[in-house]
Design a protein. Structure first.
Ligand code: UD1
Ligand code: CA
Length: 462
């Protein structure tokens, strides 16, 4: 890398009119992360001195969205009160950069850019004062075109709206990502005018000015053209989302995960998945999530911010959020594990079971139609069908404590706070309101009676 300090400027002040949205364009999301978030995170990998972000439209909303970012100390928000063009936006940011520097300029609406592509541009700054990232594309429509002379030297960038018919045929486009040495950059920008079709101060005009003044210009290409895909519309947003998901699926498969249909999986945020895990169709996983090896995830599961250990089986239509699942657990179909669920190894959660703030020890079984909330359940306890921990009294939440090897009969209500000691048995249909002692049977249902010769009511015939 060039040894000048690196400063990054991200342009994010534009309105994004083509999105037709009340949300600023740069806060729209790809793979669960805002466009600007992607650009900031790639930028951070280059370890710049600072990241200067030029904001304008929806600036409060944009700045607030990054309040909790781990590297917020590196982020310097700069307001561009009027959006007079990309050149004007960079000029607004430059006074914030002290001393000599390389300035890497990025646009917030190009989210798939990879850090190694940017790093190689910064490397080229050792022998150039201006480095462009360009790409050869099939459809250059709407983008700035790179002009070159007979010796193939870059001479400028012409915007679509200012391009002649011949220039519009050029297929080498400007990605919008440019790196420049601060001193000459400041001078070039001072010479940019707004004498063009859009009456804007174009950053792209510095290329012609640099060329005229004899500065060597480098043009590099990204490894994959997807990196320079810009987002101006919701259609492009969806397109970039699919490109991103395709790359994610390929990475997971290359690392030993079986994905039944790479077109029907969505991975958002940081997700780790171990070898020989199989993921069936229509599974959405949001990070931070860690899934172990040899896990089987059936169709239509939603897994959010959770940890699932090796050998687990997740049956169809299961929703798991903020939960921790041990080895070889077996969950679903149609289970809902809510935040604070902690399942030890070999726990079995069956269909239509909901858990929340519940710690279930090794080998616990909750097979059908139960609610276990604000509870701890000891080893090998079996909870029958339709059992409810009544944890809420209308004002407060209360705890249910169930020991080891307990058998809770079907359709019982455990009214918290309540404790059931080890080895106890609860008869089916009981409402338990006080402590059940170790190895005792508790039963609270009405005794069965029989009335002989019972006549059901009959409708009178007219
Ligand atoms: C720009 C480039 C074009 C390139 C394309 C790649 C210019 C003049 N054109 O065009 O050559 O092919 O990107 O995607 O640079 N912005 C500000 N302040 C402003 C104007 C824009 O911060 O006053 C920000 C926008 O929020 C956006 C970025 O700069 O993030 C680019 O602006 P946009 O209007 O999208 O430029 P394009 O027409 O896409
Ligand atoms: Ca754009």
């Amino acid at each position: 890398m060039s040894n000048r300090p690196l400063h990054i400027v991200i342009l994010a002040a534009g309105k994004g009119s083509r999105m037709h949205s009340s949300t600023p364009k740069v806060l729209h999301k790809v793979a669960g992360k805002s466009l600007l978030g992607h650009v900031i995170d790639s930028s951070l990998k280059l370890e710049p001195e600072h990241i200067h972000i030029v904001v304008g439209h929806g600036k409060e909303q944009v700045v607030e969205a990054f309040d909790g970012h781990i590297s917020r100390a590196k982020l310097n928000w700069i307001e561009q009160t009027e959006q007079l063009g990309t050149g004007h936006a960079v000029s607004t940011a430059l006074p914030n950069i002290q001393g000599d520097a390389n300035v890497l300029m990025l646009t917030a609406d190009v989210p798939l850019m990879q850090a190694n592509t940017l790093a190689s541009m910064v490397d080229a700054m050792q022998s150039h004062s201006l480095v462009l990232l360009t790409a050869i594309v099939d459809n250059p429509s709407g983008l700035g075109r790179i002009t070159r002379d007979e010796s193939n030297t870059v001479t400028g960038i012409v915007e679509q709206k200012d391009a002649s018919a011949a220039e519009q045929k050029i297929c080498e486009i400007n990605s919008g990502i440019i790196c420049a040495h601060k001193e000459p950059l400041t001078q070039w920008l001072s010479k940019v005018s707004n004498d063009n079709a859009q009456k804007e101060y174009y950053l792209t005009d510095i290329v012609d000015i640099a060329h005229q003044s004899g500065h060597p210009i480098a043009a590099q290409h990204p490894a994959d053209n997807a990196e320079v895909m810009g987002i101006n519309s919701r259609s492009q947003l969806a397109h970039v989302e699919r490109l991103y998901q395709h790359v994610k699926a390929e990475q997971l498969m290359a690392a030993g995960v079986t994905i039944l249909d790479p077109a029907r999986i969505d991975i958002r945020g940081d997700v780790e998945i171990g070898v020989d895990t199989t993921i069936d169709i229509n599974v959405v996983i949001e990070g931070p999530t860690k899934i172990g090896a040899g896990v089987h995830i059936a169709p239509n599961c939603l897994i959010l911010q959770s940890e699932i250990d090796d050998g687990a089986t997740i049956h169809p239509n299961t929703v798991i959020e903020n939960a921790k699942l041990g080895r070889n657990v077996n969950v679903g179909p149609f289970a809902r594990l809510r935040p604070g669920t902690n399942l030890s190894d070999s726990v079995r959660i069956g269909n239509f079971v909901e858990t929340k703030n519940a710690k279930l020890d090794v080998g616990v079984k909750v097979n059908h139609l139960s609610y276990v909330g604000d509870a701890t359940v000891g080893r090998d306890t079996n909870i029958g069908a339709g059992v409810i921990t009544c944890n809420y009294d209308g004002a407060y939440k209360h705890q249910t404590t169930i020991g080891q090897n307990v058998f809770v009969g079907s359709d019982s209500q455990l009214v918290a706070p309540v404790e059931i000691e080890d080895g106890a048995t609860i008869g089916a249909g009981s409402t338990i309101t006080s402590k059940v002692d170790k190895d005792h049977l508790a039963i609270s249902r009405a005794k069965q009676r029989q009335i002989s010769g019972w006549q059901r009511p009959k409708k009178e015939s007219k």
